[in-house]
Design a protein around this ligand. Sequence first.
Ligand code: ADP
Length: 453
Amino acid sequence: MLDFWWRPLALIAGLALFSSLFISSQGNDIAWAVFACGLIANLVYHLRQLRKFSDWLSDPTRSPLQGDGVWGDTLYRLEKQLRSRQGAQQKVAADLEQMLEATRNLPDGVVILDDDNRIVWLNSAATRLFGLSQTRDEGQFLLYLLRNSRFSEWLQHEDYSQTLALTSPVSQQIDLSLQLIPLPRKQKMLVARDITDLARVEAMRRDFIANVSHELRTPITVIVGFLEAFEDMPGVVNPPDPVQFRKHIPLMREQSDRIRRLVDDLLALARLESQPEAKDETVDMVSLTQRLAREAESMSQGKHQIELVIASQARLIGNCQELYSALANLVTNAVRYTPAKGRIRIRWGELENHAKPNGEHSFSVQDSGEGIEPQHIPRLTERFYRVDQGRSRATGGTGLGLAIAKHVLQRHQSRLRIESTVGKGSTFTAVFPLERVIPVSTTPPESDPESAA
Ligand code: ADP
């Protein structure tokens, strides 16, 4: 405070002292006149500074204000404050721009709405998911652009705790989950999340549970039916009549086997999915192929003509147990789906019918069965997909064999090729990449496929 007053007071005191020098030589009047002139000059100076300040206020982009004395101090403080406020404003603007940039690039669609549900701002994901245009639709009523009774009811209800599941107006294939978030100044943010993949996984999970339950239900119903029949048999006392009981044992056994096979396959799939990578070892493919051919012979019981072709001595880098279960499924399918007197050819070697051999090896099973119509082929590796339900069940199928085979091969960076001609037969080929093939010359220690079961 004193800082401010001492300069003007010192100026007035100096002016009074200076004027008093005129009293003795020029008289009182002249001295007062000098004093008054000094004050007027001082007043004029302040008025000019005030005018410059007023001009500057109307256009602060002009050059910074200059002044001395009281004005110098005041203007210096004003400029300092302005500069710090400008810095803060620039920081807020930069933060805001950064936030907007992040929101603009969010994978979720974001639409800011005003109190009347007019579009204030939207990001590019909202353009993609709702088909809105950033340039054309800002300022438009959202409900005029997205006409859906469930959506308008939900938006107008403004229950921020409720999400809404909606199909995208752009494509029937895109499922959205919508959420509203309140914002200051009566605005709100509409967030749209693409849940197509999530919905698909959820549908697959539901189908899978329904399929497993359905598969288990039939054999369990048969077994329970027999047990109830024994209980209710007239005249049968505990223990049940052994002759009657024994008559039904084979069917009960068959149904129990069916449950066991299904549970085994489900566990095998679960293991494959829960363990990220297979433990690699050296697999003697010649022994494995010979072993699978022997198993095919024993399963066929002489009904088929089985040919074994070993076209390469190469070994594989892979998991012996997993490869056995995948390839055994191809072999047992050939026996199960090929009528008696049919031919089955099991082969290990370099990939056949390849324009330019590139070192890829394959294990293939060719049969002379009835073949598969082309529309079924891409779906055969889906869980529980069967061309003929009755045939699969009658031959002890679980509907999971090819799903397991495909999964195992994927874990070995390999693929399953299916070729089939109706009336002629099918060939299932597991193709292994060069990186997994150990050429004949190198002989590292190997695991015994005979023990993998
Ligand atoms: P399943 O236990 O039913 O055999 P898979 O997953 O092993 O299940 O096979 C799926 C379906 O593929 C079978 O139900 C069958 O319709 C068809 N399939 C598999 N292998 C053959 C084959 N060699 N010949 C004809 N159809 C086959």
